[in-house]
Design a protein around this ligand. Structure first.
Ligand code: FEO
Length: 393
């Protein structure tokens, strides 16, 4: 892809149509991904971010359609993570006359990641470079999404090159958000936040408020993943602030793992009790749902309902792995029910409850059933869910 973003600003990144397991299976990208990069062409030319190593030849072809790589004067490295820096060795060879820029932490990490001998010009918030009629100003945004991260702002074109922030994992031959299905984009934007940025909410809130106070005139937000925001770009900043505050709704997400269907029966009964009180309910058997989808659903859910059969006196392995994953998200202000069936000896429900409490989730109730839940036990699941719903409201 090589397209005009605005005036002398071009998109020269690549589309990874087939990636499904982003950085080691931690993010299931059903719709692929893009690694965006931008050229700002003036008397001097700047390249903002590079791409994943797998796409370096396509990347340089995209650049060559706009300019001779040897005419690139500046390469801005907003972020060290290999999806944005992987092609750096190749770029350093072909952009023979470029200077390279990044934060001090980027410099530290780059030389450890790659065996390259390039000089990184360390930049801080407020530093800028002049390209002629246009300029680029740097703003450090540590932890959005790594300690080295920064964003780059072009005041003359009113473009914010936001790197990971405001991205989405979608693949398209279009470059603007308003050119693709809005429903898909809304979901993927939230899913990206949930899976990449959820644990960093307090830092994100503080940093976004700092940026708002800078009064940058922004007409376009050009992230390094997915589509570019050119219609009401400030709305995505407001949305991020809401997620960063851990804002929740009256929604319960039920996630369970079941051996012989008893835990599933309990899950469906709990769902019925919650639904009877008007709570939005989503129910997932973890055997058929990936963690990334669950993070998306749980980001704004006030209630978590986690269930597992007992096996060898412990919860089942996928639920254990999922709770480990959820702990990393550092959810705040959430309440839960732990539930599950057991055969000859229990253990899973207590273990689930203890794990939830260990990362700050309040446990409202524990529900257990021996072998197969009978009528009374199912009624207890339903009634407890009704009480839980009333507490949530
Ligand atoms: Fe898209 Fe933190 O890398």
């Amino acid at each position: 892809m090589s397209n005009i973003v605005t005036g002398n600003v071009y998109a020269v990144g690549v589309v990874d149509w087939n990636v499904r397991n982003f950085h080691g299976n931690t993010f299931i990208t059903k719709n692929g991904a893009t690694y965006n990069s931008y050229l700002v062409c003036d008397k001097e030319t700047a390249l903002i971010d590079v791409v994943h190593k797998n796409f370096e030849e396509e990347f340089i072809n995209n650049i060559t359609k706009i300019t001779d790589p040897e005419k690139i004067n500046h390469v801005i490295l907003n972020h060290l993570e290999p999806d944005h820096s992987g092609a750096i060795e190749y770029i350093a060879k072909v952009c023979k006359n470029a200077k390279f820029y990044g934060t001090a932490k980027l410099k530290e990490g780059l030389h450890k990641y790659y065996n390259i001998d390039i000089e990184i010009n360390i930049v801080k918030t407020g530093d800028s470079i002049n390209l002629g009629e246009t300029s680029l100003t740097f703003v450090e945004v540590p932890m959005i999404h790594w300690p080295d991260s920064m964003i780059t702002y072009c005041p003359e074109k009113k473009v914010l090159f936001s790197n990971d922030a405001f991205g989405q994992h979608v693949s398209s031959n279009k470059i603007f958000a308003d050119e693709i299905n809005n429903g898909d984009l809304t979901k993927e934007t939230k899913k990206y936040y949930a899976n990449i940025l959820w644990p960093l909410g307090s830092i994100i809130e503080r940093k976004l408020n700092d940026i708002i106070k800078m009064n940058l005139d922004i007409e376009i937000i050009a992230p390094s993943h997915g589509m570019i925001w050119r219609k009401e770009p400030l709305k995505i900043i407001e949305q991020y602030l809401s997620w960063a505050k851990n804002t929740t709704t009256n929604k319960a997400v039920i996630v369970y793992e079941t051996m012989w269907g008893s835990t599933e029966k309990m899950a469906r009964e709990i769902a019925g009790g919650l639904s009877s009180q008007g709570i939005e309910v989503k129910l997932f058997d973890i055997a058929s749902t990936d963690f990334s989808e669950l993070a998306y659903e749980m980001l704004d859910a006030k209630a978590f309902v986690i269930g597992s059969s007992t096996h060898d006196n412990e919860m089942l392995a996928y639920i254990a792995g999922f709770l480990h994953f959820l702990k990393g998200m550092k959810p705040k202000n959430r309440t839960a029910i732990a539930f599950g069936s057991y055969g000859w000896g229990g253990g899973a429900v207590k273990e689930i409850a203890e794990e939830l409490k260990s990362f700050g989730v309040e446990v409202f109730a524990c529900l257990e059933a021996k072998f197969k839940p009978n009528k009374e036990e199912l009624q207890k699941c339903y009634d407890t869910a009704v009480l839980f719903a009333q507490k949530l409201k």
